[in-house]
Design a protein around this ligand. Structure first.
Ligand code: ADP
Ligand code: MG
Length: 683
């Protein structure tokens, strides 16, 4: 079979193209263009019309023009740095072609004397003569000079001409691929095939036509393939058979009854969903998604408790040691003393660690807390039944896939994230998992009052916190960077600490990324026990820390943070039943965008709503570090502008799942689009 009739042709190396050598290939590789398919998304930004062939006397100075001339005479100066010239003419006048930095031999070859040649380039007028410097398109056959040439961004060091040539080449050789979508879907896009859509995409007159069928179809293909891959991973995980866990509801409810609060409905439902997964014979791969402070930890611990009670071990991973310890302490507090609970921290000494590892191996530990250290190779478990991972929104699909393989088939996986994401992104980000969502916050919660303040008004803020401290409350004071940096105009936590210490002697603590771990624990302990009232810190407190007695958060340089991050930071307060306040500090007058952001925060405490707004302002690549997750690989699709396509794709995936449709017809689509290379053995 001719390779060019198969999708595989598009995955060939760039050298498959005529006129593309190692040099060009390497330049393109630097731009992450590794095969023909990648090159298809190199799109023209604008175009030049070279069709206006005219006589020399009619040439327009300063414009790109195409004209047919006859070279008459070479002027090759003996002095270096002077350009080579070729005097050309037609029956209406004369035109000098000027070449800088070119060899005589080359000039003679492309402009042979006495032959009619069509040339193209920008026309200038110098010493009473028309002049064309370094002509771009030169040909004996005037029809070869295409009428319209696309212009590309050229930072790669590859000329426009080369781009036009190689992209034209691919487009003219596109394999005819069988349609992978159903008739109903293709109809929605004017029955345009993938192939025709690509052709349209590259037509200069179509630049910027995002609402046209060809563009929509290609965006849809991209979205759909992402969803399909996720759905396949999910199906695969669900095929894994495991031993059922037996939930002891008596023990579970005893523990719930001992809590100082009653669970919200969403918490109860999430726990039910998890318990159901634990007790079935298919492996759980579930994400517990809930806004900051919605109470995910207790649900995770209850799931852990149920798992332990059915005879298994649990590994509970947190992104920071502080958080791991916080969860560990909570488990110690609420689990019966008979449960064997341990923490591995970076500071556990060698001997201690060795003992813990030994115990894990012999099933003498029921639940272990720690950072990623608890999944290192040397850590082995006797009977691991559940892996819990807190605050994992920065993991990509690939990392999650690896995780789901850990612990063996009998091990369930529960992930947690406090990052509400826009509705359209759920399938993109989390489509490989089952989802439990805690939307509702505990009833005792009051909305956090949010204000903005210019830094120059700091005295008002100081007065306010004095009052709060006097009524027994505590304050977070967040600064973006550890030390004053000249390049970045961020206020330093260190400086703020020194400043506040003078005003509030013996009441201020400092915490940042470089604080030693033992020191960190001491500091947080002291803050928790209300021995100190103000905690100055960098954004390391963003993730997960739970101090219900702190009810004021001051965020400096608030314009440096995105909406979602501000919401996360703000979520450090308002965890108890007291009134709480968030003050956003700004250096100078607010930009329109900053004002918009503050208004949104003032208006709402709902992380889901805020994430939608954040995406509208910043685009989804910047949403809370999703860039790092490797999911940002859409070339055309945009979750804000194409939300309809995201929903359409989701509906279609559900239909395919429900009807158990054979997906082998999607193989070319997946093979072309799936950068993650997750599905190797499909169809
Ligand atoms: P997150 O979902 O952000 O991880 P946490 O699990 O840390 O939130 O819970 C935040 C705080 O809310 C904790 O102090 C926790 O004890 C408390 N909490 C959890 N569930 C409830 C509830 N149903 N009612 C009242 N307080 C709760
Ligand atoms: Mg949490």
């Amino acid at each position: 079979m001719n390779i060019k009739s198969n999708y595989k042709y598009l995955l060939s190396d760039l050298t498959a193209l005529k006129g593309v050598g190692v040099k060009t290939t390497n330049l393109l590789k630097k731009k992450n263009i590794n095969n023909l398919f990648d090159l298809l998304w190199k799109l023209p930004k604008s175009y030049t019309d070279r069709s206006l062939s005219s006589k020399i006397k009619d040439l327009k100075i300063g414009e790109n023009q195409t004209v047919t001339v006859t070279p008459q005479k070479y002027l090759f100066p003996r002095i270096r740095n002077l350009p080579n010239r070729v005097i050309c003419s037609d029956d209406s006048g004369k035109l000098d072609c000027v070449f800088f930095n070119s060899y005589e031999g080359y000039v003679k070859k492309i402009l042979p004397l006495g032959k009619e040649i069509t040339i193209s380039g920008k026309i200038s007028y110098f010493k009473n003569k028309y002049q064309l410097t370094n002509p771009k398109y030169i040909s004996e056959d005037s029809s070869i000079i295409k009428q319209v040439h696309n212009q590309y961004s050229l930072t790669e060091g590859i000329s426009e001409k080369v781009y036009n040539k190689i992209i034209d080449q691919i487009i003219s050789e596109l394999p005819e691929l069988d349609e992978w979508h159903s008739n109903q879907i293709v109809e929605k896009f004017g029955n345009l095939s993938w192939n025709n859509s690509i052709v349209e995409l590259h037509k200069p007159e179509n630049i910027g036509k995002y609402r046209d069928n060809f563009y929509q179809r290609l965006a849809y293909d991209e979205i759909f393939s992402t969803f399909l891959v996720n759905s396949e991973i999910r199906k695969k995980i669900k095929k894994i058979k495991k031993k059922r866990k037996k939930i002891n509801f008596n023990l579970q409810n005893n523990l719930i009854n001992k809590l100082s609060f009653s669970l919200t409905n969403d918490q109860v439902n999430s726990l039910k969903e998890i318990n159901k997964d634990l007790s079935t014979s298919t492996k759980m791969f579930r994400l517990l998604q809930g806004d900051v402070g919605s109470g995910k930890t207790i649900i995770a611990l209850l799931s852990a408790y149920n798992t332990i009670n059915s005879g298994y071990q649990v590994a509970f991973m947190a992104p920071t040691e502080i958080l791991a310890r916080q969860h560990y302490n909570l488990a110690k507090e609420i689990f019966p003393a008979s449960k064997k609970i341990e923490l591995i921290s970076g500071k556990s000494d060698y001997k201690n660690k060795k003992i813990i590892l030994e115990k894990l191996k012999n099933n003498k530990i029921d639940i272990i807390f720690g950072t990623h250290a608890i999944f290192q190779k040397k850590v082995s478990y006797k009977k691991l039944g559940l892996i819990i991972i807190d605050e994992q929104h920065k993991f990509g699909v690939n990392q999650r896939k690896k995780l789901s393989d850990k612990g063996g088939d009998d091990c369930d996986v529960l992930l947690m994230t406090a990052t509400p994401i826009p509705r359209t992104l759920t399938m993109t980000m989390y489509g490989d998992m089952d989802l439990s969502i805690i939307k509702e916050k505990p009833k005792s919660r009051k909305p956090i009052k949010t204000y903005s303040k210019l830094e120059s008004k700091i005295d008002d803020v100081l007065k306010f916190i004095k009052k709060e401290i006097n009524s027994g409350n505590q304050i977070f004071w967040v600064c973006p960077l550890i030390e004053e940096s000249k390049k970045l105009d961020h206020t330093s936590a260190v400086n703020k600490f020194e400043f506040l210490k003078k005003l509030f002697p013996n009441q201020v603590l400092l915490l940042h990324g470089k604080t030693e771990i033992n020191e960190k624990e001491k500091i947080l302990n002291n803050f928790q026990k209300n021995k100190f009232q103000i905690l100055v810190s960098t954004t390391i407190i963003e993730v997960g820390i739970d101090f219900p007695n702190a009810n004021v958060i001051i965020i400096e340089n608030a314009n440096k943070f995105g909406l979602s991050q501000l919401h996360q930071l703000r979520g450090r307060v308002g965890r108890g039943d007291k009134d709480s306040t968030c003050i956003l500090m700004f250096k100078s007058n607010l930009s329109e965008n900053a004002k918009k952001r503050i208004n949104i925060l003032k208006q709402s405490n709902d992380g889901f709503f805020i994430s939608e707004e954040d995406m509208k302002i910043r685009g989804f690549g910047d949403l809370l570090g999703f860039k790092q997750s490797g999911i940002k690989n859409f070339k055309l699709a945009d979750p804000v502008h194409n939300s309809d396509l995201f929903l359409l794709a989701e509906k279609e995936i559900k239909r395919i799942e429900q009807t158990n449709e054979d997906i082998s017809k999607f193989k070319p689509l997946i093979k072309l689009y799936d950068r993650a290379d997750i599905i190797n053995d499909i169809a």
